[in-house]
Write a protein that binds this ligand. Structure first.
Ligand SMILES: [Zn+2]
Length: 377
Protein backbone atom coordinates (compact mmCIF):
# COMPACT_ATOMS: atom_id res chain seq x y z
CA UNK A 1 0.00 0.00 0.00
CA UNK A 2 1.24 3.44 -0.92
CA UNK A 3 -0.37 6.22 1.09
CA UNK A 4 1.74 8.00 -0.61
CA UNK A 5 3.61 9.38 2.41
CA UNK A 6 4.80 5.88 3.12
CA UNK A 7 4.76 2.36 1.77
CA UNK A 8 3.06 -0.26 3.94
CA UNK A 9 3.74 -3.94 3.25
CA UNK A 10 0.63 -6.08 3.72
CA UNK A 11 -1.34 -2.91 4.16
CA UNK A 12 -5.01 -2.64 4.90
CA UNK A 13 -7.37 0.26 4.43
CA UNK A 14 -10.66 0.19 6.29
CA UNK A 15 -13.46 2.41 5.06
CA UNK A 16 -17.09 2.95 5.90
CA UNK A 17 -19.47 4.92 3.72
CA UNK A 18 -17.49 7.69 2.07
CA UNK A 19 -14.66 7.85 4.56
CA UNK A 20 -11.48 6.01 5.47
CA UNK A 21 -11.51 4.77 9.06
CA UNK A 22 -8.07 3.22 9.40
CA UNK A 23 -4.88 2.57 7.45
CA UNK A 24 -2.16 0.25 8.62
CA UNK A 25 -0.62 -3.19 8.48
CA UNK A 26 -3.14 -5.94 8.09
CA UNK A 27 -1.97 -7.67 11.28
CA UNK A 28 -2.21 -4.51 13.35
CA UNK A 29 -5.64 -3.40 12.19
CA UNK A 30 -8.82 -4.62 13.82
CA UNK A 31 -11.39 -5.56 11.18
CA UNK A 32 -14.96 -5.06 12.43
CA UNK A 33 -17.27 -8.07 12.35
CA UNK A 34 -19.35 -8.27 9.20
CA UNK A 35 -17.00 -6.06 7.23
CA UNK A 36 -16.77 -6.89 3.53
CA UNK A 37 -13.25 -7.50 2.29
CA UNK A 38 -11.64 -6.77 -1.04
CA UNK A 39 -8.57 -8.87 -1.64
CA UNK A 40 -5.76 -6.92 -3.31
CA UNK A 41 -2.92 -9.37 -2.74
CA UNK A 42 -0.11 -9.13 -5.32
CA UNK A 43 -1.40 -5.66 -6.14
CA UNK A 44 -0.73 -2.15 -4.95
CA UNK A 45 -3.39 -0.09 -3.19
CA UNK A 46 -3.04 3.67 -3.62
CA UNK A 47 -5.11 6.84 -3.40
CA UNK A 48 -7.14 7.48 -6.55
CA UNK A 49 -5.51 9.74 -9.13
CA UNK A 50 -6.58 13.38 -9.38
CA UNK A 51 -6.40 15.06 -12.79
CA UNK A 52 -6.62 18.85 -12.58
CA UNK A 53 -6.22 19.48 -16.32
CA UNK A 54 -8.40 17.41 -18.63
CA UNK A 55 -10.58 18.40 -21.56
CA UNK A 56 -12.11 15.11 -22.58
CA UNK A 57 -11.86 11.41 -23.30
CA UNK A 58 -13.68 8.46 -24.81
CA UNK A 59 -15.13 10.63 -27.55
CA UNK A 60 -16.56 13.20 -25.15
CA UNK A 61 -15.52 16.82 -24.60
CA UNK A 62 -16.13 19.16 -21.68
CA UNK A 63 -17.12 21.83 -24.22
CA UNK A 64 -20.13 19.72 -25.21
CA UNK A 65 -21.51 21.33 -22.08
CA UNK A 66 -23.78 18.48 -21.09
CA UNK A 67 -24.13 16.43 -17.94
CA UNK A 68 -24.05 13.30 -20.08
CA UNK A 69 -20.68 14.15 -21.66
CA UNK A 70 -19.10 14.82 -18.27
CA UNK A 71 -20.62 11.67 -16.79
CA UNK A 72 -19.28 9.53 -19.65
CA UNK A 73 -15.89 11.17 -19.24
CA UNK A 74 -16.03 10.51 -15.48
CA UNK A 75 -16.71 6.81 -16.13
CA UNK A 76 -13.82 6.55 -18.57
CA UNK A 77 -11.44 8.29 -16.17
CA UNK A 78 -12.43 5.96 -13.35
CA UNK A 79 -11.49 3.00 -15.56
CA UNK A 80 -7.95 4.46 -15.64
CA UNK A 81 -7.68 5.01 -11.91
CA UNK A 82 -8.79 8.64 -11.69
CA UNK A 83 -11.15 9.28 -8.79
CA UNK A 84 -11.47 13.07 -9.06
CA UNK A 85 -10.91 15.67 -11.76
CA UNK A 86 -11.36 19.22 -12.92
CA UNK A 87 -13.18 19.34 -16.26
CA UNK A 88 -11.16 21.90 -18.22
CA UNK A 89 -12.50 24.36 -20.77
CA UNK A 90 -10.74 25.88 -23.78
CA UNK A 91 -10.98 29.43 -25.12
CA UNK A 92 -14.52 29.84 -26.43
CA UNK A 93 -17.32 32.38 -26.67
CA UNK A 94 -18.81 33.65 -23.43
CA UNK A 95 -21.98 31.68 -24.11
CA UNK A 96 -20.13 28.43 -24.70
CA UNK A 97 -17.98 28.88 -21.61
CA UNK A 98 -21.02 29.71 -19.55
CA UNK A 99 -22.79 26.56 -20.75
CA UNK A 100 -19.72 24.43 -20.09
CA UNK A 101 -19.28 25.62 -16.51
CA UNK A 102 -23.01 25.11 -15.89
CA UNK A 103 -22.69 21.51 -17.07
CA UNK A 104 -19.73 20.99 -14.73
CA UNK A 105 -21.76 22.46 -11.89
CA UNK A 106 -24.64 20.07 -12.62
CA UNK A 107 -22.22 17.12 -12.67
CA UNK A 108 -20.98 18.19 -9.25
CA UNK A 109 -24.52 18.49 -7.90
CA UNK A 110 -25.89 15.26 -9.37
CA UNK A 111 -22.70 13.29 -8.96
CA UNK A 112 -21.33 10.98 -11.63
CA UNK A 113 -21.07 7.24 -12.13
CA UNK A 114 -17.29 7.50 -12.16
CA UNK A 115 -14.67 9.98 -11.02
CA UNK A 116 -15.87 12.86 -8.87
CA UNK A 117 -16.02 16.34 -10.36
CA UNK A 118 -14.21 18.81 -8.11
CA UNK A 119 -14.84 22.01 -10.07
CA UNK A 120 -13.86 23.85 -13.23
CA UNK A 121 -10.43 24.58 -14.63
CA UNK A 122 -10.87 27.56 -16.92
CA UNK A 123 -7.98 27.36 -19.40
CA UNK A 124 -8.10 30.62 -21.28
CA UNK A 125 -9.55 32.62 -22.87
CA UNK A 126 -7.24 35.24 -21.27
CA UNK A 127 -4.05 33.88 -22.74
CA UNK A 128 -1.32 35.15 -25.06
CA UNK A 129 -2.22 34.79 -28.73
CA UNK A 130 1.40 33.94 -29.54
CA UNK A 131 1.28 30.96 -27.19
CA UNK A 132 -2.28 29.86 -27.82
CA UNK A 133 -1.34 26.32 -28.89
CA UNK A 134 -4.55 24.63 -30.00
CA UNK A 135 -6.78 27.38 -28.58
CA UNK A 136 -8.87 29.15 -31.18
CA UNK A 137 -7.39 32.62 -31.90
CA UNK A 138 -10.89 33.94 -32.48
CA UNK A 139 -11.78 33.47 -28.82
CA UNK A 140 -8.54 34.53 -27.15
CA UNK A 141 -9.24 37.88 -25.49
CA UNK A 142 -8.03 40.27 -22.81
CA UNK A 143 -9.12 39.55 -19.24
CA UNK A 144 -12.55 40.77 -18.22
CA UNK A 145 -13.37 40.84 -14.52
CA UNK A 146 -17.07 41.07 -15.35
CA UNK A 147 -16.92 37.94 -17.46
CA UNK A 148 -15.01 36.01 -14.81
CA UNK A 149 -17.57 37.03 -12.18
CA UNK A 150 -20.40 35.91 -14.46
CA UNK A 151 -18.71 32.57 -15.13
CA UNK A 152 -18.05 32.14 -11.44
CA UNK A 153 -21.73 32.64 -10.70
CA UNK A 154 -22.75 30.33 -13.58
CA UNK A 155 -20.44 27.68 -12.12
CA UNK A 156 -22.00 28.22 -8.69
CA UNK A 157 -18.54 29.20 -7.40
CA UNK A 158 -17.00 25.89 -8.36
CA UNK A 159 -14.16 27.40 -10.37
CA UNK A 160 -10.86 26.11 -8.99
CA UNK A 161 -8.17 27.18 -11.46
CA UNK A 162 -7.89 29.89 -14.10
CA UNK A 163 -4.98 29.53 -16.52
CA UNK A 164 -3.97 32.91 -17.90
CA UNK A 165 -1.08 34.85 -19.40
CA UNK A 166 0.02 37.38 -16.75
CA UNK A 167 1.82 39.65 -19.24
CA UNK A 168 -1.42 40.48 -21.06
CA UNK A 169 -2.82 43.85 -20.04
CA UNK A 170 -5.57 43.55 -17.44
CA UNK A 171 -4.19 40.31 -16.01
CA UNK A 172 -2.91 41.86 -12.76
CA UNK A 173 -6.42 42.91 -11.79
CA UNK A 174 -7.72 39.46 -12.66
CA UNK A 175 -5.02 37.69 -10.63
CA UNK A 176 -5.72 39.96 -7.65
CA UNK A 177 -9.43 39.19 -7.91
CA UNK A 178 -8.82 35.43 -8.21
CA UNK A 179 -6.64 35.51 -5.12
CA UNK A 180 -9.45 37.27 -3.21
CA UNK A 181 -11.90 34.62 -4.38
CA UNK A 182 -9.62 31.75 -3.40
CA UNK A 183 -9.24 30.58 -7.00
CA UNK A 184 -5.84 29.35 -8.16
CA UNK A 185 -4.28 31.70 -10.73
CA UNK A 186 -2.14 29.64 -13.07
CA UNK A 187 0.40 30.97 -15.58
CA UNK A 188 0.04 29.24 -18.91
CA UNK A 189 -0.12 29.84 -22.64
CA UNK A 190 2.16 32.71 -21.74
CA UNK A 191 5.04 34.61 -23.23
CA UNK A 192 5.90 36.29 -19.93
CA UNK A 193 9.50 37.20 -19.27
CA UNK A 194 11.12 36.03 -16.06
CA UNK A 195 10.48 39.38 -14.37
CA UNK A 196 6.87 39.45 -15.56
CA UNK A 197 6.29 36.09 -13.89
CA UNK A 198 7.90 37.36 -10.66
CA UNK A 199 5.50 40.28 -10.75
CA UNK A 200 2.58 37.91 -11.35
CA UNK A 201 3.66 35.85 -8.34
CA UNK A 202 3.53 39.03 -6.23
CA UNK A 203 -0.06 39.51 -7.34
CA UNK A 204 -1.02 35.93 -6.55
CA UNK A 205 -0.08 33.43 -9.26
CA UNK A 206 0.77 30.14 -7.55
CA UNK A 207 0.66 27.53 -10.29
CA UNK A 208 1.78 26.84 -13.85
CA UNK A 209 -0.13 24.99 -16.56
CA UNK A 210 1.68 22.20 -18.46
CA UNK A 211 5.30 23.13 -17.78
CA UNK A 212 7.32 24.03 -20.88
CA UNK A 213 4.37 23.65 -23.26
CA UNK A 214 3.21 26.92 -24.75
CA UNK A 215 5.32 29.01 -22.43
CA UNK A 216 8.26 31.33 -23.11
CA UNK A 217 11.31 29.11 -22.98
CA UNK A 218 14.51 29.31 -20.99
CA UNK A 219 17.39 31.50 -22.08
CA UNK A 220 20.35 31.98 -19.78
CA UNK A 221 20.05 35.78 -19.89
CA UNK A 222 16.26 35.86 -20.01
CA UNK A 223 15.07 32.75 -18.15
CA UNK A 224 11.52 33.31 -19.39
CA UNK A 225 8.34 31.76 -18.08
CA UNK A 226 10.01 28.35 -18.06
CA UNK A 227 12.90 29.65 -15.95
CA UNK A 228 10.52 31.19 -13.42
CA UNK A 229 8.52 27.97 -13.23
CA UNK A 230 11.73 26.07 -12.58
CA UNK A 231 13.26 28.23 -9.87
CA UNK A 232 10.37 29.94 -8.04
CA UNK A 233 9.17 27.87 -5.13
CA UNK A 234 5.87 29.74 -5.01
CA UNK A 235 4.80 27.92 -8.17
CA UNK A 236 3.58 24.38 -8.50
CA UNK A 237 3.86 22.99 -12.02
CA UNK A 238 1.76 20.67 -14.14
CA UNK A 239 3.56 18.14 -16.29
CA UNK A 240 2.10 16.19 -19.22
CA UNK A 241 4.29 13.10 -18.87
CA UNK A 242 3.49 11.41 -22.16
CA UNK A 243 7.06 11.65 -23.56
CA UNK A 244 5.62 13.70 -26.42
CA UNK A 245 4.83 17.07 -24.85
CA UNK A 246 8.04 17.20 -22.84
CA UNK A 247 11.32 15.39 -23.55
CA UNK A 248 12.29 12.95 -20.79
CA UNK A 249 15.45 14.99 -20.09
CA UNK A 250 13.32 18.10 -19.58
CA UNK A 251 11.02 16.13 -17.28
CA UNK A 252 14.07 15.10 -15.28
CA UNK A 253 15.24 18.71 -15.14
CA UNK A 254 11.86 19.84 -13.84
CA UNK A 255 11.79 17.19 -11.10
CA UNK A 256 15.36 17.81 -10.03
CA UNK A 257 15.03 21.56 -9.84
CA UNK A 258 11.52 21.86 -8.41
CA UNK A 259 11.52 18.69 -6.38
CA UNK A 260 8.80 16.09 -6.64
CA UNK A 261 6.51 17.85 -4.14
CA UNK A 262 5.87 20.72 -6.53
CA UNK A 263 5.22 18.80 -9.75
CA UNK A 264 1.72 17.59 -10.63
CA UNK A 265 1.02 15.00 -13.29
CA UNK A 266 -1.84 15.97 -15.59
CA UNK A 267 -3.14 14.46 -18.80
CA UNK A 268 -4.45 17.51 -20.74
CA UNK A 269 -6.37 14.76 -22.56
CA UNK A 270 -8.95 15.46 -25.24
CA UNK A 271 -11.80 13.33 -26.55
CA UNK A 272 -9.36 11.15 -28.54
CA UNK A 273 -8.10 9.59 -25.28
CA UNK A 274 -9.27 5.99 -25.02
CA UNK A 275 -10.26 6.02 -28.70
CA UNK A 276 -8.68 4.69 -31.90
CA UNK A 277 -6.59 6.98 -34.11
CA UNK A 278 -8.74 9.26 -36.24
CA UNK A 279 -10.23 12.74 -36.51
CA UNK A 280 -11.43 14.52 -33.42
CA UNK A 281 -12.06 18.01 -32.11
CA UNK A 282 -10.76 20.22 -29.36
CA UNK A 283 -13.30 22.97 -28.91
CA UNK A 284 -14.22 23.78 -32.51
CA UNK A 285 -10.81 22.86 -33.96
CA UNK A 286 -10.12 19.71 -35.95
CA UNK A 287 -7.53 17.39 -34.48
CA UNK A 288 -5.90 14.34 -35.99
CA UNK A 289 -4.85 11.59 -33.60
CA UNK A 290 -2.10 9.37 -35.00
CA UNK A 291 -0.35 6.77 -32.87
CA UNK A 292 -1.96 8.46 -29.91
CA UNK A 293 -0.46 11.89 -30.72
CA UNK A 294 -3.00 14.69 -31.27
CA UNK A 295 -2.18 17.50 -33.66
CA UNK A 296 -3.95 20.31 -35.44
CA UNK A 297 -3.71 20.29 -39.25
CA UNK A 298 -0.87 22.84 -38.81
CA UNK A 299 1.10 20.19 -36.92
CA UNK A 300 0.76 21.88 -33.52
CA UNK A 301 0.22 19.56 -30.57
CA UNK A 302 -3.41 19.69 -29.46
CA UNK A 303 -3.87 18.01 -26.12
CA UNK A 304 -3.09 14.38 -25.51
CA UNK A 305 -4.51 10.88 -25.32
CA UNK A 306 -2.80 10.37 -21.98
CA UNK A 307 -4.58 8.87 -18.99
CA UNK A 308 -3.40 9.13 -15.38
CA UNK A 309 -2.33 5.49 -15.19
CA UNK A 310 -0.18 6.12 -18.26
CA UNK A 311 1.15 9.37 -16.79
CA UNK A 312 2.35 7.47 -13.71
CA UNK A 313 3.78 4.63 -15.81
CA UNK A 314 5.65 6.96 -18.19
CA UNK A 315 7.16 9.15 -15.53
CA UNK A 316 8.56 6.06 -13.83
CA UNK A 317 10.05 4.73 -17.06
CA UNK A 318 11.29 7.99 -18.56
CA UNK A 319 12.57 9.72 -15.44
CA UNK A 320 13.35 6.62 -13.42
CA UNK A 321 11.18 7.61 -10.49
CA UNK A 322 10.06 5.09 -7.88
CA UNK A 323 6.37 4.18 -7.80
CA UNK A 324 5.70 6.05 -4.57
CA UNK A 325 7.05 9.32 -5.99
CA UNK A 326 5.07 8.94 -9.20
CA UNK A 327 1.89 8.23 -7.23
CA UNK A 328 2.51 11.25 -5.02
CA UNK A 329 2.60 13.48 -8.10
CA UNK A 330 -0.74 12.06 -9.24
CA UNK A 331 -2.55 12.23 -5.88
CA UNK A 332 -1.56 14.44 -2.94
CA UNK A 333 0.27 17.00 -5.09
CA UNK A 334 -2.75 17.85 -7.26
CA UNK A 335 -5.02 17.74 -4.19
CA UNK A 336 -2.80 20.35 -2.52
CA UNK A 337 -2.83 22.64 -5.56
CA UNK A 338 -6.61 23.00 -5.40
CA UNK A 339 -6.81 22.89 -1.61
CA UNK A 340 -8.71 19.64 -1.30
CA UNK A 341 -5.84 17.81 0.44
CA UNK A 342 -7.71 17.86 3.73
CA UNK A 343 -10.12 15.30 2.25
CA UNK A 344 -8.32 13.85 -0.74
CA UNK A 345 -5.01 12.74 -2.19
CA UNK A 346 -3.83 10.22 0.40
CA UNK A 347 -4.93 7.17 2.31
CA UNK A 348 -5.42 8.49 5.82
CA UNK A 349 -8.18 8.13 8.39
CA UNK A 350 -10.90 10.76 7.93
CA UNK A 351 -10.22 11.29 4.25
CA UNK A 352 -12.50 10.28 1.39
CA UNK A 353 -12.31 6.60 0.45
CA UNK A 354 -10.92 7.31 -3.03
CA UNK A 355 -8.83 4.26 -3.78
CA UNK A 356 -7.20 2.57 -6.73
CA UNK A 357 -5.84 -0.97 -7.00
CA UNK A 358 -3.06 -1.39 -9.55
CA UNK A 359 -0.39 -3.88 -10.53
CA UNK A 360 3.33 -3.32 -11.14
CA UNK A 361 2.65 -2.16 -14.69
CA UNK A 362 0.09 0.36 -13.38
CA UNK A 363 -2.82 -1.54 -14.89
CA UNK A 364 -5.96 -0.57 -12.98
CA UNK A 365 -7.93 -3.40 -11.35
CA UNK A 366 -10.36 -1.49 -9.24
CA UNK A 367 -11.36 2.11 -8.64
CA UNK A 368 -13.29 3.20 -5.58
CA UNK A 369 -14.80 6.68 -5.34
CA UNK A 370 -16.00 7.77 -1.91
CA UNK A 371 -16.44 4.16 -0.87
CA UNK A 372 -18.25 3.03 -4.04
CA UNK A 373 -16.64 0.60 -6.47
CA UNK A 374 -17.06 2.40 -9.79
CA UNK A 375 -14.71 0.26 -11.84
CA UNK A 376 -13.61 -3.34 -11.59
CA UNK A 377 -11.76 -5.62 -13.99
ZN1 LIG B 1 -3.15 24.18 -22.62
Amino acid sequence: MITPFKTIEDGLVLFKGEKILAVGRENDTKIPKGAKTINASDKTVAPGFIDIHIHGGKGRDVMEASYEAINELAKFLASRGTTAFLPTTVSASHGDLSNAVKAVKSAMEKGTEGAEVLGVHLEGPYINLEKRGAHDAEYVRPPSLDEVRELLEASNRTMKIVTLAPEVSGSKELITELRKLGIVASVGHSNATFSEVLDAIKHGVTHAAHAFNEMRGFHHREPGTAGAVLVREELTAELISDDIHVHPASMKLLMRVKGTNKVVLVTDAIEAAGMPDGEYKVGEKDVIARKGVCRLKSGKLAGSTLTMDGAVRNVMKSVGLPLRTAIKMATINPAAVINVDENKGSLEPGKDADIVIIDDEINVYMTIVKGNIVHKV
